[in-house]
Design a protein around this ligand. Sequence first.
Ligand code: TYM
Length: 321
Amino acid sequence: MTRLSGITPSGDIHLGNYLGAVRRWAAEAGPGDLYFVSDLHAMTLAHEPKRLRSGTRQLLAVMLAAGVPADSLFVQSDLVREHMALTWLLECTCTFGEAQRMIQFKEKGAGRESVRLSLLTYPVLMAADILLHGTEEVPVGEDQRQHVELARTLAQRFNSTYGEVFVVPRGVLPAAAARVRDLADPTRKMSKSSAEGNGVVYLLDPPEVVRRKFRRAVTDNLGEVRYDPEGQPGVANLLEILAACTGVTPERAAAGLGSYRELKEATAEAVLAELGPVRERTAELLADPAELDAVRAAGAELARERCGKRLDAALAAAGLG
Ligand code: TYM
């Protein structure tokens, strides 16, 4: 089984990214798996080069600190030629209608006067990320499921048009925390691009900030700690976070909690216990640039070596070279 997944340095990493993705990558990583910082993806909206570079570094450090094995890590732009070459082949496999139907394109493009063309084509780059490395399973949160489906469709279409080149991947969601919601607005997912970060718990937030955000989390006026995602979305979100951090079901997590205050305190402490070691280790890694550079260089070499044959086969199958 080979797994691959990525995270984009388009803003600071938050609890949703951690519980829905990174923590799981660390727990499940096996030989041959790949986890990467998708820095090319961070350019689909206006970006600042300096912040992109430091954000990439920070995510690499967080992934290492969270326990993702060093030999499975790489940075996407270190393989920019390979990823872009396959993106072109897949853009020539994908239809305009398919790209336009992507929910994230509609959401991120909504209300903007002009959007970069790459915002439309980015799911095809994501398909290239997945197919280039022979991925069987793609562990992602709920919001990326549609993109993994597109990668499946493109793999099948390419294979049936030009011959069997790609493994057909499938997306896998986490058992818990597939869609962590914004604490200030539990109808929305927790997101790096949230306008004001009050409802977003960032991985590197200091403990007092984390406690404050949970204290202010929006709940309801029913006053009952019960797991009811439809009727009590704010409470359900807290229970899901608590459950994901303590390894029980949300229903079990609710047992014994008498008030919303208790629920918020228990959740904040469970989150801090989970994030504390990662935050400390990340700071150590960021203070030692040589170690991060070495991991990055070795990861790029390994990933490049392993994907070269598949890219050559795809180019040849399509009539190039
Ligand atoms: P990104 O950086 O938006 O998110 C990284 C991972 O975090 C998950 N996630 C969440 N999970 C639970 N609750 C949330 N509120 C939440 N928000 C985000 C995402 O589902 C994702 O798994 N395009 C991708 C990165 C990417 C990629 C790939 C992933 C690029 N190429 C190839 C898989 C395979 C992205 O921007 O994720």
